[in-house]
Design a protein around this ligand. Structure first.
Ligand SMILES: Cc1ncc(COP(=O)(O)O)c(C=O)c1O
Length: 409
């Protein structure tokens, strides 16, 4: 019934609501969540790797010892104790910060939305990587910008391309980037590109929004300097505990200059008054035990590294002749490019029928590109399931290739 109901409010919505469309592949994802389907689609952290008894103890302590505060409203900027912990977490990535410059948000996702609200008027230009994190495209998209897509390669954003766009007269309100183990590509921006981006944006007075959920999930190699540490005044930094602790607590944050912090807190208060005191306290307690959070992080990194290895091996074995892909040194994702004539969105139904799912590449571009690309996440399924999933995907791509060749004669 509901499918055919008429929307009584159809002429009442604001213009921006038109941009809030459900993904065309949403219905398929409901099917993809069936247990027989290996989903390489969602970027869900493997929370089973958390020590359950420790989490339980933290929750119990918070309620037993701080119940009056935990169950109450809090301040819009987030509790001072948690902000101090977050400063310590950022120090682990080489960022020097003051708790006064931190605004806690309901996940980094809310921080993206609040930044959109603060900075974007309809028609404003926002520079994004191509492909970009789909959640940022939807969060910013609600404020009706024009996206300026900047290509990436194995060394991250092509900063030269951004520079040329500025020479052409483009004036983005800000540049959004995920420089470490990016979503969806897994690619990391090189040191040289970081220096170039920071210098270019400083010169042009264009703020950078650096979104860094995956920086601590490094499998090998040395970390590159965060953009924020290269230019603290011009970079608004976003962090989250979703990948190092739990996405269920919904704790993310923005680190910015005081001039941005103040309107950001007002925007935060008008969105939801404050983040949850209960989960802020749990997060503060979790990260106050150095040995525990670092030990848990090592467990996460080991799990994801093994899963990455299994996925790359399986790709070599089953898609080697038909596709190319990125080789991430951390994070959750591999980005696969198949032959130009294959449409990954059209192919998804057949993939789900063969019990494997992925996210089609078009989801990550603001301009409809990416039809022959897909994002594979190795974070959630077990190694055996990743192997099975890639084998199924390989046989599908192989069969489609045979069919295409036979039709071409
Ligand atoms: C690049 C990027 N930014 C932000 C987020 C949202 O994180 P949070 O759970 O903190 O809202 C994600 C989640 O996958 C992400 O990949």
């Amino acid at each position: 019934m509901a499918e055919f109901s008429i929307d009584r409010f159809v002429d009442r919505y604001a213009a921006r609501a038109a941009g809030m469309t459900a993904s065309e592949v949403r219905a398929l994802f409901a099917v993809a969540s069936r247990p027989e389907v290996v989903s390489l689609a969602g970027g869900m952290p493997y929370v089973r790797a958390l020590p359950g008894a420790d989490v339980m103890e933290v929750a119990r302590t918070v309620l037993a010892e701080h119940g009056d505060v935990a169950l109450q409203y809090g301040g819009g900027q987030g509790s001072p104790g948690l902000r101090e912990r977050l400063v310590m977490l950022m120090a682990a990535e080489g960022i020097v910060a003051d708790p006064e410059d931190v605004v806690v948000a309901t996940g980094a996702q809310q921080a993206l939305d609040l930044l959109g609200k603060l900075f974007i008027d309809p028609g404003d230009v926002v520079a994004v990587e191509a492909p970009a994190y789909v959640g940022a495209l939807t969060a910013f998209g609600a404020y009706q910008p024009r996206f300026l897509p900047i290509e990436i390669d194995d060394d991250g954003m092509l900063v030269d391309e951004l520079e040329q766009a500025l020479v052409r007269g483009e004036r983005p309100k800000f540049v959004y980037t995920v420089p470490n183990f990016g979503n969806p590509t897994g690619v990391t921006m090189s040191a040289e590109r970081r220096q170039h981006l920071v210098a270019l944006c400083r010169e042009a007075s264009i703020p950078i929004v650096e979104d860094n959920p995956y920086g601590l999930l490094r499998f090998e190699g040395e970390p590159e300097a965060c953009l924020r540490s290269l230019d603290p005044e011009n970079v608004i930094y976003l962090g989250t505990v979703s990948k190092t602790f739990s996405p269920g607590v919904r704790v993310g944050w923005a680190l910015a200059e005081q001039s941005v912090v103040q309107p950001l807190v007002l925007a935060k208060e008008s969105a939801d008054l404050c983040s949850s005191n209960l989960t802020m306290l749990m997060t503060e307690h979790w990260f106050s035990n150095d040995e525990r959070w670092r030990g848990t992080l090592v467990g996460f990194v080991d799990t994801y590294r093994s899963r990455r290895d299994v996925m790359l091996e399986a790709l070599d074995e089953h898609l080697g002749v038909d596709a190319t892909w990125t080789r991430p040194r951390g994070g959750f994702y591999v980005w696969v490019t198949v032959p130009a004539w294959l449409d990954t969105k059209a192919l998804l139904a057949a993939a789900v029928e063969r019990r494997v799912a992925y996210v089609p590449g078009t989801a990550f571009y603001p301009d409809g590109r990416g039809a022959n690309q897909m994002r594979l996440a190795f974070c959630y399924p077990t190694e055996d399931r990743i192997r099975d999933g890639i084998e199924r995907l390989g046989s599908l791509v192989h069969d489609e290739t045979e069919l295409y060749r036979s039709l071409q004669g």
